[in-house]
Design a protein around this ligand. Structure first.
Ligand SMILES: [Zn+2]
Ligand SMILES: [Zn+2]
Length: 287
């Protein structure tokens, strides 16, 4: 089954996201498990959780993943926001378990001037603390590749590998690769050969077996600009050849592919982008 979909709004409750995703033919979806610009939310009721996990259309989606809130930063220690980040992330992980979501995608964090080494140490210690305090969580945190804007950690495959290498329970982590972010971070996947080389490099440094999701985004910003601006497919700086290569790459067949590109409420842009991506698969009856 091709696992292709997009980030879907949970307005009206998480169960409504399933209906929106299925209505445009998604076979995979990403959601926020609470308002992404707030630290905390009231817990899901049992009814809300089962309205999602037992939804009659839930089986139409091969996988559902979640994206963590934007305020969370594990990269600086001993601040009020670090305490809040640990609590907020823990609550989101519990919410994922309630909804039976296997992966929570997280930006590793920003060191805010303390330096990469210190930032990575803080991310590692934070992850170790959460894992130690919650040994029975089913959901895994998936660290996302970033564009490297400001002091954001995770813009190089080496930094992500270093976090995986240093945490006490690396088997509880995965990685999500965002095409717009890696391009802005300087990985040129704009040609088929370039894309192949970038994924080979990822495999060599991080390991393709760690990859649990791909964010399929075009970039408004140039190669190496370290600016994180998503654009619709066919209108950005990466170009369609990269996305054709990704859709055809056998080693990526089973990886969920999620769009996070601009769209209106009717999701028309997602519909067009998914049709385009499916058309890249040779002999596809799905296009
Ligand atoms: Zn993200
Ligand atoms: Zn992303």
């Amino acid at each position: 089954m091709l696992l292709l979909g997009s980030h879907i709004s949970t307005e009206g409750g998480p169960n409504r996201a399933i209906e929106r995703a299925v209505s445009i033919g998604c076979t995979a979806m990403q959601i926020f498990v609470k308002n992404n610009m707030q630290w905390f939310a009231r817990p899901f009721t049992q009814e809300e959780a089962s309205a999602f996990s037992q939804h009659k259309l839930r089986s139409k989606l091969g996988v559902v993943i979640a994206h963590a809130g934007y305020l969370i930063n594990l990269g600086v220690e001993k601040t009020q926001n670090h305490e809040k980040s640990l609590r907020s992330l823990t609550e989101e992980l519990i919410r994922c378990d309630q909804l039976q979501i296997p992966f929570l995608i997280l930006h590793p964090g920003s060191h805010l001037g303390a330096g990469t080494t210190s930032g990575i140490r803080c991310v590692v210690e934070s992850l170790n603390q959460i894992h130690a305090e919650h040994p029975n969580l089913q959901v895994r945190i998936a660290l996302e590749t970033t564009a490297g804007q400001g002091s954001c950690l995770g813009s190089s495959f080496e930094e992500l590998a270093s976090i995986l290498d240093k945490v006490s329970s690396p088997e509880r982590l995965r990685i999500c690769l965002d095409t717009a972010h890696v391009f802005a971070a300087g990985y040129d996947l704009s040609s088929p050969h370039g894309a192949e080389k970038v994924f080979q490099k990822f495999d060599h440094i991080v390991g393709l077996q760690q990859l649990c999701a791909l964010h399929i985004n075009e970039s408004k910003a140039s190669l190496g600009s370290r600016v994180d601006r998503h654009e619709n497919l066919g209108q950005g700086k990466i170009g369609l050849e990269a996305f054709r290569w990704i859709m055809q790459a056998e080693e990526l067949t089973s990886i969920p592919k999620i769009l996070e590109t601009p769209k209106g409420k009717d999701l028309a842009e997602d519909l067009v982008a998914m049709k385009l991506l499916r058309s890249f698969i040779p002999n596809s009856s799905l296009s």
